[in-house]
Structures are given as C-alpha cells and as structure tokens.
Design a protein around this ligand. Structure first.
Ligand code: NAG
Ligand code: NAG
Length: 154
C-alpha cells in the first residue's frame, strides 16, 4: 500500500466509525423518544381509578367470595387491571375518576343463605351516588349500619 492510499484508507475508516457512532446516538435518541411516547400514551390511556377504590372493589369481591356467594359476576374484577373504572358494573365520574355508580345486584342470586353485609365495605367510595345491591339475599346488615350508609350518601 502506498503511503497516500494508507492515509485515504485511515480517513475512510475514521469516517465509517464516526458514522456508526452517530447512528448509535441517533438510535439511542430514538429509543428515548419512543419510550417517552409510550409513557405519554399509557398515561393518556389509563384514566386510572383511585387505588383505595380499587382496593375497595376487590374487598367487596372478596367479601362476596368469603360469604360463599358465587362471585361469577365479579370475575372480571382483576387486581392486575389498574383501571377499575373500566370494570363491569362500575361507573366513574369522568373528571374525578371516582366511582359514582356500583351495580352489584344479583351477585348472590343462587345463595342458600342470607348475607349480613358490612357497610364498611363501601366507605372508600366517597362520591358514590348509586348502589344497587338488590337480589343478593342481604339480611339486616345494612339496617344495623344505617348511620354508616347515611354518611356514604350524605
Ligand atoms: C366491618 O368491617 C370493618 C372493617 O373491615 C370491621 O372493622 C368491622 O368490625 C366489621 N363489622 C362487622 C359487623 O363485621
Ligand atoms: C337493581 O338491579 C336489579 C337486578 O339486576 C334490577 O332489576 C333493578 O331494576 C335495579 N334497580 C335499579 C334502581 O336500577
């Protein structure tokens, strides 16, 4: 190789290395950008309900489960699904994302015995306006806890 050729070769190599580094940098920028877009997309899509209301709903589901009621209708209530506003039988206010309606009727439709509901289950829902508990063979529980219910629906 002539000295001149070597020089050209070195410069070409340097150029290629530079290009590769540039491409890597651009790729990294692209990754950061894509990550940001994904995050923006997720936060935009997830009108997540409040954590305490999600726990509250799971508490209700667990309560019906423990009470021996078939929680078939509540099967879709899944702790992995953070947006409880999208769950069956749940309606949220579109601005506060708080639960305003709960239709948990007929969850205990096939029950063999009466249930004594614990009204504390509904305390997390500060903006609840409508609650349908009919068809659950509920007995007494709520009557004894009338004051709690009046707090609920002040
Ligand atoms: C209702 O639930 C609350 C909170 O879990 C508990 O402290 C209370 O003792 C329960 N009341 C009855 C009557 O089971
Ligand atoms: C409550 O649920 C029962 C059973 O699904 C239904 O028949 C009734 O119409 C509901 N009540 C209201 C006020 O929506």
């Amino acid at each position: 190789m002539h000295a001149e050729d070597k020089f050209v070769y070195k410069r070409r190599l340097a150029f290629v290395v530079c290009e590769a580094e540039g491409a890597l940098l651009r790729m990294r920028q692209l990754w950061v950008w894509m990550l940001l877009m994904a995050l923006a997309f997720v936060t935009d899509r997830c009108h997540c309900c409040l954590q305490e209301e999600r726990s509250g709903l799971l508490g209700i589901k667990a309560w019906f489960g423990h009470a021996g009621a078939g929680s078939y209708w509540l099967q879709g209530w899944d702790k992995e699904d953070l947006n409880c506003c999208d769950w069956d039988w749940v309606w949220c206010d579109s601005t506060t994302n708080r639960v305003i309606q709960l239709d948990i009727s007929a969850v205990n439709y096939y029950a063999r015995e009466d249930l004594y509901l614990n009204a504390s289950l509904f305390l997390p829902f500060k903006e609840l306006e409508f609650l349908n508990l009919s068809g659950n063979r509920l007995a007494g529980g709520l009557k004894n806890q009338g004051s709690l219910l009046s707090i609920l629906f002040n």
